[in-house]
Design a protein around this ligand. Structure first.
Ligand SMILES: [Zn+2]
Length: 188
């Protein structure tokens, strides 16, 4: 009877924990001038239910995890890259091998000193400032109800309705973009 119980228990545990998934990943470094530092100091942390695992990236910035359970996995990079507070969620099926790329910047990609020239189109005519915190647009009217600018000059309806900034949300950090190019849809 005792033997039966043990066998039964073994069977249950084998069928519950089919740890057959594999994850092959690679960091895609956005600041290649720091390649050496990143390849020597960067770890990938994986949370898989109650298990926490970590591996160092190799000299090609690649990493892999084996014997993963068919579960939802959370992946973090340490040290944390920019923008901050980023993690990835991956679901693995049984026997699945997943290839996964993580874009990673070891330094803040945004600088306050770059000016408002878009790095893609090299122009600034479709560039808007990004405004953080609580924002609202104030519209001015003269006594006849005509739209005017803040200096009192009458402006066209189009100009009055023109979007002049992009909201960056209320979370303010040390590393955030200052400009938005409408043409290329990128923050910089
Ligand atoms: Zn652009």
């Amino acid at each position: 009877m005792k033997k039966c119980k043990i066998l039964y228990f073994l069977f249950i545990s084998l069928s519950c924990l089919s740890q057959t998934g594999k994850l092959n990943g690679k960091l895609i470094l956005k600041d290649p001038e720091n390649y050496k530092k990143v390849s020597e100091n960067t770890f990938i942390i994986l949370k898989d239910g109650k298990r926490i695992d970590s591996v160092k990236v190799d000299d090609k910035l690649a990493f892999n995890f084996e014997k993963l359970s068919t579960d939802t996995l959370k992946i973090f990079v340490s040290p944390e890259g920019f923008p901050v507070n980023r993690y990835y969620i991956i679901s693995l099926k049984e026997n699945e091998i997943k290839n996964f790329e993580i874009p990673y910047s070891s330094v803040c990609p945004f600088s306050k000193n770059t000016g408002n020239i878009c790095p893609v189109c090299k122009k600034n005519d479709k560039v808007l400032p990004i405004v953080y915190g609580f924002t609202m647009k104030i519209k001015y009217r003269d006594k006849n109800g005509n739209p005017i600018n803040k200096y009192g000059k009458v402006i066209s309806k189009e100009e009055d309705e023109k979007i002049t900034s992009k909201s960056g949300g209320c979370v303010v950090s040390d590393c955030q973009p200052n400009w938005f190019c409408e043409l290329d849809q990128i923050d910089f």
